[in-house]
Design a protein around this ligand. Structure first.
Ligand SMILES: NC(=O)c1ccc[n+]([C@@H]2O[C@H](COP(=O)([O-])OP(=O)(O)OC[C@H]3O[C@@H](n4cnc5c(N)ncnc54)[C@H](O)[C@@H]3O)[C@@H](O)[C@H]2O)c1
Ligand SMILES: [Zn+2]
Length: 323
């Protein structure tokens, strides 16, 4: 069982002893936080597995948020050329998004998730009861990805999330479970259609070209979900300026983002640092920064796109970053 130290102190022992009833099991922890989703941490976790003498009959249980899922998943993808793993997400973000789809990896000083592998978990086990201990800011960060699912695929779901604001903040079990199941359905359908992101899977990156730049520029001080919230606002505005996204979409997204106390503006840093960070984005092709734009709320733009994404000039991006 691999988990960060925070989740380890909350649920680590419980999960490890449950597994130990069936098979030998070891609990391995690492320091919490996005800044530990690194090659160094991948190395030390892998070394811990080697030191414990785990063979190819071992399996990894990734217990925690998206950082743990991505990192422990990447350890599983590479350990002895790959061993099975199970995702046990404990943040809303991980339950509705990062535990699904098999993307694993680590960040580098050059940018987010630049080293990694596709490695599907054998199972995902999510218990919304674990969200009771999740700090409010991380709950809101998870909502950002849920809003993204609504924005790209289901306008009614988007509006349901906004209306369910109080119940979500109260951590009502039924409401959280419904959000998890609706989001998982949307994400898994897209992933099943295009596992390796040759085309339609790119629509899950709505808001993410800007988000990844915000995360990198802020030195990962801004949470992924917070950055996605801002990224959706900026990319909706950019899409409208390019004549792709219906006017009015930005306002609806901005209000939803604000309702969950998420940021609508990027941190105040020189624009050129954002443009440089975007140059290193995985979606960049031939030096052009690419985006998955909405046509309107609930529908992603397809017409006139190149495989679901569209390039934008540095000038247009700059204008969208400065409202
Ligand atoms: N693989 C994918 O497809 C995918 C998709 C979306 C996001 N991600 C990645 O996910 C990461 C963000 O995930 P995250 O927001 O879950 O961050 P995280 O894993 O850092 O968790 C957030 C914080 O909550 C704490 N925590 C976790 N569960 C808790 C609980 N039940 N109670 C109390 N505290 C708890 C953690 O210790 C951590 O401090 C980013 O690195 C992002 O790139 C990956
Ligand atoms: Zn994301």
């Amino acid at each position: 069982v691999i988990c960060d130290s925070t989740v380890g102190s909350l649920y680590g022992q419980q999960v490890a002893s449950a597994i130990a009833a069936f098979r030998p099991c070891q609990l391995i922890t690492f320091p919490a936080g996005e800044w530990n989703k690194t090659r160094e941490e991948w190395q030390s976790l892998s070394d811990a597995l080697l030191a414990a003498g785990f063979g190819r009959d071992a399996a990894v249980v990734a217990l925690g948020g998206g950082v743990t899922g991505d990192l422990a998943g990447f350890v599983a993808a590479t350990y002895l050329r790959g061993v099975p793993y199970i995702q046990v997400p404990t943040t809303l973000l991980a339950m509705i998004d990062s535990s699904i789809g098999g993307k694993t990896g680590v960040d580098t000083p050059h940018g987010k998730n630049l080293i990694g592998a596709f490695h599907q978990p054998r199972a995902v086990v999510a218990d919304v009861a674990t969200l009771k201990s999740l700090p409010k800011i991380h709950l809101a960060a998870g909502v950002a990805e849920a809003l993204k699912h609504g924005a790209i695929a289901d306008e009614e779901y988007f509006r349901w999330i906004v209306d369910a604001r109080e119940q979500i903040f109260q951590k009502e079990t039924a409401t959280l479970a419904e959000a998890v199941s609706r989001s998982v359905r949307i994400k898994s359908e897209v992933v099943a259609a295009d596992e390796r992101e040759a085309g339609i899977r790119s629509i899950l990156n709505f808001g993410h070209t800007i988000a990844h730049a915000i995360e990198a520029v802020s030195g990962y001080e801004v949470l992924h979900g917070e950055a996605v919230a801002t990224g959706m606002v900026v990319e909706a505005r950019l899409g409208t300026r390019l004549g792709i996204t219906d006017a009015g979409t930005t306002d609806v997204i901005r209000e939803a983002v604000m309702a969950f106390d998420l940021p609508i503006d990027p941190p105040d840093r020189p624009i050129h640092t954002y443009l440089e960070a975007m140059q290193r984005d995985k979606k960049t092709r031939g030096g052009t920064v690419r985006f998955a734009f909405l046509e309107r709320l609930g529908k992603v733009a397809r017409e006139n796109t190149e495989n679901w994404t569209t390039g934008a000039t540095p000038k247009a991006i700059e204008e969208a970053l400065e409202p």
